[in-house]
Design a protein around this ligand. Structure first.
Ligand code: 5GP
Length: 306
């Protein structure tokens, strides 16, 4: 959303007619960004989303590398006669766009949107609202500027965004101090009652059922970030979070150093992502999915424990 709304706020300054389409809804802690009220969420307004894609001259595909990542929007996207421009930082981009700007070394698509604006010769257009969107995406994708993907150049970009008017403390508060009481208690429940530590594999996992999520009045985004807590335990190199959704199990993986959760996600859980942050899904039951994961750890034991 940071990349989409950052680009949106730039393109409207250039007098383009811009529509932002998102396949799904997204967490409340992102809805303060300028332009949020204009976002067409496909799940809620599927015909408006389809029309927007059909009528577009140009479609920017931001922060995804294969058409199936936009789920039910995929067919409308592929059918559209618009020129398609991918701007993304995931490995192995698929060739469904006319122009593919894929930089997997970059920490975030927001960083790439910054470069896009600058390369268009429009650095002067970077203002507070664009800055707020891009700052948010860089901050969340780098774990608040701590991951190895965070370079000196990225710090310089952050400095530029702050000089454009971004209030860093305000954004951290809007994103990280904006949870409901139930979500904070859900986090406590996950860590205290649901976290399993497999010391022999330097791995932690948490799995939650639909029922448990319902009990804590689960809202979109409430599970976000919980997977990271496992990595906070000394020696842990892999963390997984399994949540039971309507028709599938959604999985988030995180890792440290050279252990690639992307490989595990893409080989075994119909997923992908980055080396240290990936996701996937499973059509099996929650219990079967967790069992499959723990069995797989045997395959990866050497890498996890070396
Ligand atoms: P998260 O765990 O935060 O949902 O996702 C972490 C990373 O994995 C993100 O870069 C996201 O795009 C990617 N990812 C999550 N789920 C999937 C999936 O089902 N398929 C693919 N290809 N990537 C995913």
């Amino acid at each position: 959303m940071g990349a989409s709304l950052g680009l949106y706020n730039y393109l409207i300054q250039k007098n383009h007619d811009v529509k932002v389409v998102s396949p799904t809804d997204y967490p409340d802690f992102l809805t303060w960004m300028e332009g949020n009220d204009k976002v067409i969420i496909h799940k809620e307004k599927n015909s408006r989303a389809a029309i927007a894609l059909k009528e577009a001259d140009v479609i920017f595909c931001l922060d995804f590398n294969s058409a199936d990542r936009v789920e039910k929007l995929e067919q409308d996207l592929l059918k559209s006669a618009a020129k398609k421009v991918m701007i993304d930082h995931h490995l192995s981009p698929q060739s469904f766009c006319d122009y593919t700007f894929s930089f997997s070394d970059s920490c975030s698509t927001c960083e790439l949107i910054y470069h896009f604006i600058v390369q268009m010769g429009d650095k002067d257009f970077l203002n507070k609202v664009i800055g707020e969107c891009l700052y948010t995406g860089i901050m969340t994708d780098t774990g608040s500027f701590r991951f190895s993907s965070m370079t000196a150049d990225t710090h310089r970009i952050i400095a530029d965004l702050m000089e454009a008017g971004v209030n860093n403390a305000k954004i951290h508060e809007l994103v990280f101090d904006n949870f409901s009481e139930e979500r904070t208690r859900f986090l406590g429940f996950c860590i205290k009652d649901k976290m399993v530590v497999l010391k022999e594999f330097n791995t932690v996992y948490i799995s939650v059922t639909k029922e448990e999520m319902r009990k804590y009045n689960h809202q979109t985004g409430d599970a976000e970030g919980i997977v990271n807590y496992g990595l906070g335990i000394k020696g842990i190199r892999c963390s997984a979070f399994f949540s039971e959704r309507e028709d599938l199990i959604k999985i988030s993986f995180r890792s440290k150093d050279n252990f690639s959760v992307r490989e595990m996600a893409s080989k075994h859980f119909e997923g992908g992502g980055h080396k240290n942050a990936a996701g996937g899904k499973s059509k099996a039951s929650l219990q079967e999915t967790v069992e499959r994961f723990t069995e797989l750890l045997l395959l990866y034991k050497d890498e996890l424990t070396q």
